[in-house]
Design a protein around this ligand. Sequence first.
Ligand SMILES: C[S@@+](CC[C@H](N)C(=O)[O-])C[C@H]1O[C@@H](n2cnc3c(N)ncnc32)[C@H](O)[C@@H]1O
Length: 225
Amino acid sequence: MYDTYIEHVFADLRERAGRVALISELIGTEISEAMYLLHWLQSAQDSGEGDIVEMGVAQGSTSALLANEIMNTGRHLWLYDSFQGLSRPTAEDRLIDDIEARGSMDSYESAMSFPQQFVRQRLASVGFPPDRTHVVAGFITSEVQDLPESVAFAYLDFDLYKPILTGLRLLGPKTRPGSVLMVDDYGYFSSGPQQAVRDFLAEDDRFDLVVGPRSAGHFCALLRR
Ligand SMILES: C[S@@+](CC[C@H](N)C(=O)[O-])C[C@H]1O[C@@H](n2cnc3c(N)ncnc32)[C@H](O)[C@@H]1O
């Protein structure tokens, strides 16, 4: 399947040792979705300097994939998570897809909670250097100081309105032309991520919005002009 996508869809994606095995370990992410993510990661890296960010890491399987891709680049990997699961949904979060059949948006508070140790173990298993790893634990707020100087690529996967808008506001000023901010669950699970993107773009008009094809999951990419 991977080879078919490389041949017919992502012909520009350069090969990377270990990638296929790490894609097969992703949880809830299809091959086409992972490759779409990697397509934009490569584009962002090719366009210049900056670190790589994941906001909402859960058990760290995507973190390991990103780490493997940037292994030889000298770039740092910044990982943000409460490690206590989802924060409380707000009014902007209407339940669109009841992915865990919980019956209401509110019942997703604290869902998807994994210990920080999981992501550390996954990064160790791919051999990513600890001195280029920054794990920032805690519910995201606008007061967070632990941020990269410059961001090439960020994958925001907090699932909810408030943390995604907070993350975009923190990272937007750290981008440069060619940087890519990807938001997951755009029009999926909760209405919040799409609303957060809309509100962020109303504040910062330096980004072009690209909504990914359905076959590539529920991503949108904000491309910094
Ligand atoms: C869908 S999971 C992330 C999945 C991960 N990106 C992957 O590809 O495997 C969402 C994560 O966001 C975290 N999260 C949700 N709301 C948060 C908040 N307000 N602050 C920090 N982390 C939060 C949760 O703890 C959870 O681990």
